[in-house]
Write a protein that binds this ligand. Sequence first.
Ligand SMILES: NC(=O)c1ccc[n+]([C@@H]2O[C@H](COP(=O)([O-])OP(=O)(O)OC[C@H]3O[C@@H](n4cnc5c(N)ncnc54)[C@H](O)[C@@H]3O)[C@@H](O)[C@H]2O)c1
Length: 670
Amino acid sequence: MDKAFREHVEQGIPLNLPDKKPYPKNANRAPHRKDILSAIEKKLALKNALRYFPAKWHAVLAKEFLAELNTYGRIYMYRFQPSYKMYARPLAEYPTKSKKAAAIMLMIQNNLDPAVAQHPNELITYGGNGAVFQNWAQYLLTMKYLSNMSDEQTLHIYSGHPMGLFPSSIDSPTVVVTNGMMIPNYSKPDDWEKYNALGVTQYGQMTAGSYMYIGPQGIVHGTTITIMNAFRNILTEEESPRGKIFLTAGLGGMSGAQPKAGNIAECITICAEVNPKAAIKRHEQGWVDELIDNIDSLIQRVKTAQQKNEVVSIAYIGNIVEIWEQFDAHNIFVHVGSDQTSLHNPWAGGYYPIGLSFEASNDLMTKDPQAFKSAIQQTLVRHVASINKHTSKGTYFFDYGNAFLLEASRAGADIMSENNIDFKYPSYVQDILGPMCFDYGFGPFRWVCASGNSLDLDKTDEIAAAILEEISETAPPEIQQQLADNIKWIKEAKENNMVVGSQARILYADAEGRIKIATAFNKAIASGKILGPIILGRDHHDVSGTDSPYRETSNIYDGSKFTADMAIHNVIGDSFRGASWVSIHNGGGVGWGEVINGGFGMLLDGSEQAQRNLDSMLFYDVNNGIARRAWARNPGALSAIKREMERTPFLEVTVPHLVDEDVLNNLATD
Ligand SMILES: NC(=O)c1ccc[n+]([C@@H]2O[C@H](COP(=O)([O-])OP(=O)(O)OC[C@H]3O[C@@H](n4cnc5c(N)ncnc54)[C@H](O)[C@@H]3O)[C@@H](O)[C@H]2O)c1
């Protein structure tokens, strides 16, 4: 074990004040946040930050932290960023008494690895504001607690702040995380700005603040499934996506997966990105084939790609609205269109206005937030107007879960359908993921090989493929397409070179698939076929984990999509069924106040206890959401839960009686 690393971790807040370090060259710095605090509130923010440190440092740190607050809008405590390399080490290299705690340390370090994280120095993993911690003191203290704790304690983390270790039991989660949980009336975007600047809450996004991010692979898979099914929605069985255009925007943390997924789905992907650094990073990583920074060259290149029926992905360094408008002017037909700019965070760098350079936009954002806001709103109106022209020619457009439709409607864009209640366009969950995946329990199951050994990952791929093939032999017709897509995915995953950071893999599976795959992993660990333990988890963007009316639960039509009971039950239910850690967040994906989402992590070490945990927790973690979706009368979920009740003793779910529409049609209710 690396001695310096061990000592650093065990020490927590260092005994001697570390030197100030220069900001790393070429780092992708988080956007400067709003200067929102009053003079009195700034003093409170400083007092809050200084409570992590001994009084003898306060005079020096108070000045330094005030400068950070005034310059960046937040106190990151850059001076305390550790100098050791940040990456997912093999599990055995973590100085701990608890293997579960070591697994969490591995996952935290992976989320902050500069190869994985969007703004690693500001502890942001993805989405512009998806924080693992608010500041480096919280990181140091958390690592220290994890290193010291036993399996009979639980570490409670409040929005990045480790409140402490509390006695619990061997069956309890090692860590319980909450992020951004607010009293509902204090959950507006500016509340995040204010309370995050005060240092008392954070935006955990989904897998950022729950340590379950696995780089863009997770989203490549979901995006591939979505693009393939989007083309299936518009093409005949004989047609293929080759030579057909998928136009979208964003090459950031998650959105960066779009071109790679487009290549796997075999179409022409054009993806706009205003931040040259983000576009170049994805190009260097091989996630996008070509970079173009001039609209005329883009138009020429796309025409050639269409003539030659190419499978190619092109990043356009510029604003997405330019492409929509110019493609309309040049009569380039877009088959499938979407958008993954960060509109969950529209006023703080998630979406950029047309007509201003990237730098000028960032300048305006901090110097004149009101003018920036109105530039964004005008851009959204133009953006939608151009999309409307394309869809009138036959383009299939869907919202990609980034609050595009919501923010466009708030900006006054022509986005509402005739009934003035629904949007003109569906969300990808309404049309694709909801009815085709979530209602049947299919969602983004993932695992990380804690040995750090790629041979372990190869073995897990083989095991998972064999299990899915076996399940598909007797599976009902309605889930055959899902199984087939995921068998193809897992067989090609290695050659698609998906790993960035930890040795991780994702696929979509239902409860049966997840439990059978996990069981086979646990056995392979016990027999030594797999060398090290495995960490299971999932994206929060799943069947049961997330209540989000315009995204994960947008295909819930009984009026309950504005409730968050499912996500809360899920995190509580998982916590006493064997999860190694659980988390529940406000915000993530579509914005602060717009979603409640949760997740879990589970260490498999080959033991019988791990088997009991996975049997109990994975089952609930999927079927909770299917039960709720069935109660909402979703046909796929109804058939899935009935099938589950037939084969599972002690499962008894309340199922709805369906009403004949004629009974209602004949009533006068107005
Ligand atoms: N539906 C899903 O499965 C899903 C998955 C991932 C992310 N999302 C959502 O998609 C959004 C993007 O996520 P991310 O992690 O990539 O965020 P990100 O902030 O890392 O990336 C967004 C990118 O969009 C670029 N951008 C902003 N405005 C632009 C414009 N007008 N033209 C061109 N480029 C522009 C930004 O420079 C940034 O690089 C988020 O809102 C996220 O919640 C949805």
